[in-house]
Design a protein. Structure first.
Length: 366
C-alpha cells in the first residue's frame, strides 16, 4: 500500500470510500465486453492483475504493519462487490481471502494471484510437520482459478491445530480442468506433499467458520453482479421501444423492474450488515454471514430471471453483455454453499439454542 493512501485515512468510512472509488474507476476502465470475451478464450490477465496489485487491492485485509492496506471486512466488501459488478476475470476475491488467512498466521502474502483450498465442506487436505517444515497432501476439487494462480493458501489441521499453508504452483498438479457456467476455472488439484511454508491460524479465527467467511465474500460478489444486472435492464427498458414507446414506460415492465430493484437493495443490505458484523464480532458473526449468502443467492435467481424477461431474446445472445452477469449469478449462488445449504445450517444452529436461547440470540444481533 502506498504511503499516500495510508496517510489519507482518518477513519474506516473514509477508507471504504477511497477504496470504492479506486476499484470502481479501475475496473470500469479496464474490464469490457471485449476483454471478458478474450478472457473466456484464455487470454492473459497479467496487465489487469498488475494494475490491481499496484493499487493494493489484494491486500485490503492485510494489516499495515505487514505491508497491507489495513482495512476490515467493511472495506473488503466494497472491493469484492466491484469485482462482481464488473465481472473481473481473475481471482481477486480469493486473493483477498488468502491474504487475510496468511497474514493472520504471520505468513507473507506473495505477489501474483493466489487462490484458496479446499472450497468444499466435504473435503480436507492434510498438513503435516516434516522436521522444521511442513508438507501438504491430498486432493481438492472445484478450486477457483487453480490452473492459473501462482500460489494457493491451504487451510487444514496439523496435529489437531488449524494451520494455513502457502503452496507454490510447483507443489500441485491439475488432475481436471473444469469451469463453472461463467467459464471461470474450477479445477481439481492434487497436492503431492512437497515442502511448503505453514503456520498455525490465528486463535481469533474459528476454523469452523472459514467456509462462512468465504460465503459472505461470495455474497458480496453476487451483490455487485445484481447491481450490474439492474443497470443493464433499466438501460435496455429505456432504449427498447414498442408501439413508439420505450418499454420502460409500460406498467408491467416497471413493476418487474421495481421488484428487481428491491431484491438488489435487500441483498446489498444483507451483505453490508454481515461485513460490519464480521468486523465487530469476527467468527461470532456466523448468523449474519449465513443470512447474507441466503439473501444474495435468492436474489440472484429472481434478478437474473427478470433481467432476461426484460431483455427478451436479445439478452440470450452472446453479443449482448447481459450473459456475462447472469452466468456469474447462476454460478456464484451455489458456490460456498447455496441458499438451501445455509438455510439448513442456520436452522440447525438456531434449533440447538432452544426457545430462550433463540430469543437472546436474536436480541444480540443489534
Amino acid at each position: 500500500m502506498s504511503s499516500g493512501m495510508s496517510s489519507a485515512m482518518s477513519g474506516d468510512s473514509e477508507l471504504r470510500t477511497i477504496l470504492g472509488d479506486q476499484v470502481n474507476r479501475l475496473l470500469a476502465d479496464q474490464v469490457s465486453k471485449d476483454s471478458l470475451e478474450r478472457a473466456e478464450e484464455g487470454a492473459s490477465q497479467a496487465e489487469l492483475w498488475q494494475a490491481i496489485e499496484e493499487n493494493g487491492l489484494p491486500l485490503v485485509l492485510v494489516p499495515e504493519d505487514q505491508g497491507g492496506v489495513g482495512g476490515g471486512w467493511d472495506e473488503a466488501e466494497v472491493v469484492i462487490r466491484a469485482a462482481g459488478k464488473y465481472q473481473a476475470p481473475l481471482p481477486l476475491l480469493e486473493s483477498i481471502l488468502a491474504g487475510w488467512l496468511l497474514s493472520s498466521a504471520g505468513l507473507e502474502m506473495p505477489t501474483g494471484a493466489v487462490s484458496i483450498a479446499p472450497v468444499r465442506t466435504d473435503e480436507a487436505l492434510t498438513i503435516t510437520k516434516d522436521g522444521g517444515g511442513y508438507r501438504v497432501g491430498g486432493d481438492a476439487t472445484r478450486v477457483p482459478w487453480g490452473r492459473s494462480v501462482e500460489h494457493i493458501a491451504v487451510a487444514g489441521l496439523c496435529d489437531g491445530v488449524a494451520h494455513i499453508a502457502l503452496v507454490p504452483a510447483a507443489a500441485w498438479s491439475v488432475t481436471l480442468e473444469d469451469a463453472n457456467i461463467a467459464a471461470e476455472p474450477r479445477d481439481s488439484l492434487r497436492f503431492d506433499g512437497q515442502a511448503v511454508a505453514a503456520a498455525p491460524l490465528s486463535e481469533s479465527i474459528d476454523p469452523d467458520r472459514l467456509f462462512a467467511f468465504a460465503a459472505m465474500a461470495r455474497a458480496s460478489q453476487i451483490a455487485g453482479a445484481l447491481e450490474r444486472a439492474l443497470e443493464l435492464s433499466v438501460q435496455y427498458a429505456n432504449e427498447r421501444s414498442q408501439f413508439g414507446t420505450p418499454i420502460g414506460k409500460f406498467q408491467a415492465v416497471q413493476q418487474e423492474l421495481a421488484r428487481m430493484a428491491g431484491e438488489v437493495a435487500a441483498a446489498g443490505a444483507a451483505v453490508e450488515n454481515a461485513s460490519r458484523a464480521a468486523d465487530r464480532k469476527g467468527s461470532k458473526a456466523g448468523f449474519e454471514m449465513a443470512t447474507a449468502k441466503i439473501r444474495a443467492s435468492e436474489a440472484a435467481t429472481i434478478v437474473a430471471s427478470i433481467a432476461h424477461q426484460t431483455h427478451g431474446a436479445m439478452g440470450h445472445t452472446y453479443e449482448h453483455p447481459l450473459h456475462f452477469t447472469t452466468r456469474r449469478l447462476w454460478s456464484w449462488r451455489s458456490e460456498f454453499g447455496s441458499e438451501n445449504f445455509w438455510a439448513e445450517e442456520l436452522g440447525r444452529s438456531l434449533a440447538r439454542k432452544g426457545g430462550q436461547g433463540l430469543w437472546s440470540h436474536l436480541v444480540d444481533r443489534t
